[in-house]
Write a protein that binds this ligand. Structure first.
Ligand code: ADP
Ligand code: MG
Length: 226
């Protein structure tokens, strides 16, 4: 296992609604290494999505440190957070959120072009990545013409397009039927491991979680080995 790609130290986050304060994260600590896959398994409402959004610099914690690829990214100004999110973090949601009017290849090429990759090289990498997910024959398909499993594979390929150090996934196969979820998850783990990406993946599925290197859970707002 490689160097630490994501470190969370004493992360806190509460939500205020009316005169009530909900302390969701009360001091979360985590080290994720290159090539390591970590399952985040915890009941609904315990703060999995909150934690993933904070780790992905999509939401700010109340306190604590977020280090990404060895840099103190939590303290970066917004513009630099956007840049490091683009180059070092891939995010996968339960719903694919692909751009409907763009093909599978374009969906995977676009984030690379935003990061400054030339279109031809971005298209080539998109084809290569989609090929790893068995979608070499679906390059020119619009998302609406793909099955649920294929859409989610494209979303995963897109998240890996800029060769991030960290992949964050929030119940990435939660919308798929059991059989498809199993296959897509296996492919995800295979690609992530071979690329040396550190992955933190929230899932409700204990069987899928057991295939990962480590399982953590949220208890009283803190992360403990599950
Ligand atoms: P999980 O992903 O484990 O289901 P979440 O991180 O979505 O948990 O939510 C954790 C808790 O925080 C829940 O009780 C949820 O209702 C609450 N919560 C999440 N987002 C907000 C918000 N924007 N405002 C107020 N409460 C929120
Ligand atoms: Mg959630």
């Amino acid at each position: 296992m490689g160097e630490t790609v994501l470190a969370l130290r004493d992360i806190t986050r509460s939500y205020v609604s009316g005169d009530e304060t909900l302390h969701v994260l009360r001091g979360v600590n985590l080290e994720l290494r290159a090539g390591e896959t970590v399952a985040l398994v915890a009941p609904s409402g315990t703060g999995k999505s909150t934690l993933l959004h904070i780790a992905g610099l999509l939401d700010h914690p109340d306190g604590g440190v977020i280090e990404i690829a060895g840099r103190d990214a939590g303290r970066f100004p917004d513009k630099d957070q956007t840049a490091i999110r683009c180059s070092e973090i891939g995010f996968v949601y339960q719903f694919h959120h692909l751009l409907a009017e763009f093909t599978a290849r374009e969906n995977v090429a676009l984030p690379q072009m935003i990061a400054g990759t030339k279109p031809a090289a971005a298209r080539r990498r998109a084809e290569e990545l989609l090929g790893l997910f068995g979608l070499g024959h679906r390059l020119n398909h619009l998302p609406g013409k793909l099955s649920g499993g294929e859409q989610q594979r494209v979303a995963i390929a897109r998240a890996l397009a800029n060769a991030p150090s960290v992949l964050l996934a929030d119940e990435p196969t939660g919308n798929l039927d059991v059989g498809t979820a199993d296959i897509v998850f296996e492919e995800l783990l295979r690609v992530v491991r071979s690329a040396g990406v550190g992955a933190l993946i929230a899932t409700h599925n204990e069987e899928l979680a057991a295939r990962m290197d480590r399982v953590v859970t949220l208890r009283d707002g803190m992360l403990v080995e599950g």
